[in-house]
Design a protein around this ligand. Structure first.
Ligand SMILES: [Mn+2]
Length: 316
């Protein structure tokens, strides 16, 4: 496990004292100093809160191709399959994209592999299953960037593939209709640290034409996936998490409300004014394990994830 061992920083007392004298509370000063933020100016910069996203999703390599193919599928009434992953990032990615596509009137299928039986990533068997159910376009979320063979297989049975992923790329990309990944070495995207759901968000935003509209609806999803995948809280991720914490505090999703009522002692702490390491720690340590547990206990991660995220909402 990559994050099994906790490394507790020991900031210099004088750095903490300096930040405290600049008006920051003790806990925040300690955390900032432990991360190498030791001046009032650096602290202000680190804590700066952008509320809106300025970077266009169309800056992502191949986003134009992805949008064109998906729009064709929408206008021609094709069945679209979303291929996801079983962890929190993968489930929130799948839920976000499916829910968005459904709101566009798309007939949508999904596949989330079972961790034990199928393992991570694309598989020919699952792809065949989606084709058999009528899909002619498959969009991967949080996976697929190394699935060259599976993408060729999909093409051979009449299934076009759009890949969205945030994992490192191999030298040869899959021969998909579009490959959207911030890590592409031919200029994927200026902000490399997006989560899988961050990339799925960018795709939905490109389709919608307004990042703000999609963020308003799904900031909680993007926040959960970003935090659960331990993405650095920099750049756009800060916006996702800030806006997500705000929306989680007043969530209209009954599943999330129930989960939070069970896990978080006081919801008031998770709000815009409290964005800081402490809020995120509460979410990470108390909230997310229950969502992850859907997979750990061998249940269908998506079914439980979807219940948690969307139950009671958008019911036709
Ligand atoms: Mn991920």
């Amino acid at each position: 496990m990559r994050f099994k061992k906790w490394n507790i920083g020991t900031p210099a007392e004088r750095d903490v004292a300096l930040l405290r004298s600049a008006g920051y509370p003790y806990l925040l000063s300690t955390v900032l100093a432990a991360r190498g933020v030791t001046t009032a100016e650096a602290a202000a910069e680190a804590l700066e809160r952008d509320r809106s996203l300025s970077m266009s999703p169309m800056l992502m390599r191949d986003m134009d191709k992805a949008v064109a193919r998906i729009q064709r599928a929408i206008s021609q009434g094709e069945t679209i399959a979303v291929f996801g992953d079983y962890d929190v990032d993968g489930i929130t990615s799948t839920v976000l994209l499916m829910d968005y596509l459904k709101s566009c009137g798309v007939r949508c299928l999904r596949h989330i592999p079972r961790r034990i039986e199928e393992g991570y990533g694309l598989s020919k068997e699952a792809i065949q299953g989606l084709r058999d159910q009528g899909a002619t376009l498959m969009i991967t979320v949080d996976c697929g960037i190394t699935g060259n063979e599976e993408v060729d297989f999909a093409a051979s049975i009449g299934l076009d593939v759009v890949i969205t992923d945030h994992h490192e790329c191999k030298q040869t990309l899959p021969a998909a209709v579009a490959v959207v990944d911030p890590h592409r070495c031919d200029g994927g995207y200026p902000h490399k640290n997006l989560s899988g759901v961050g990339v799925a968000f960018k795709l939905a935003s490109a389709l919608c034409g307004s990042q703000e509209t999609v963020l308003e609806e799904y900031a909680d999803m993007v926040c959960l996936g970003t935090v659960a995948d331990v993405m650095p809280l920099q750049g756009e991720n800060r916006v996702f998490v800030a806006r997500g914490l705000e929306s989680l505090a007043h969530t209209k999703r009954p599943g999330i409300a129930a989960l939070m009522a069970e896990c978080v002692a006081s919801l008031e702490v998770i709000c815009w004014d409290d964005l800081g390491p402490e809020s995120v720690k509460r979410l990470t340590l108390k909230d997310l394990p229950l969502v992850v547990a859907a997979d750990c206990y061998g249940q269908d991660a998506f079914t439980l994830g979807q219940r948690v995220y969307l139950e009671g909402q958008n019911e036709a």
